[in-house]
Design a binder for this molecule. Structure first.
Ligand code: SF4
Length: 74
C-alpha cells in the first residue's frame, strides 16, 4: 500500500487516511464495516453511511491516521 495520505469523499464528508500513522487496531473496520473494508482497493467508502456516523467512527481511530472534514458544515 502506498505510504501517501489517501483521500476519500462523499457529497458530505472527506475522510483522509495516513498509512504511516495507522496502528492497525482494526477499530474502523469493526465499527463501521460498510464504510471501512480493507478487502477493497478503495477501502473507505464514506457514501455508505450517514456522514455523522462516519465522522463518529473516524474520531474513534486511536492513532489519528483517519481524519475528516465536513464538505458542507452548514
Ligand atoms: S482505526 Fe485508525 S489505527 Fe485503527 S486500523 Fe483504522 S485507521 Fe488504522
Amino acid at each position: 500500500m502506498s505510504r501517501r495520505v489517501q483521500s476519500y469523499e462523499s457529497d458530505e464528508i472527506v475522510v483522509t487516511f495516513d498509512p504511516s500513522v495507522c496502528v492497525h487496531s482494526g477499530a474502523c473496520v469493526r465499527g463501521l464495516p460498510a464504510v471501512f473494508d480493507v478487502k477493497l482497493k478503495r477501502w473507505v467508502r464514506p457514501e455508505n453511511a450517514p456522514a455523522g456516523q462516519v465522522a463518529e467512527q473516524v474520531r474513534r481511530c486511536p492513532s489519528g491516521a483517519l481524519q475528516y472534514r465536513m464538505t458542507n458544515p452548514d
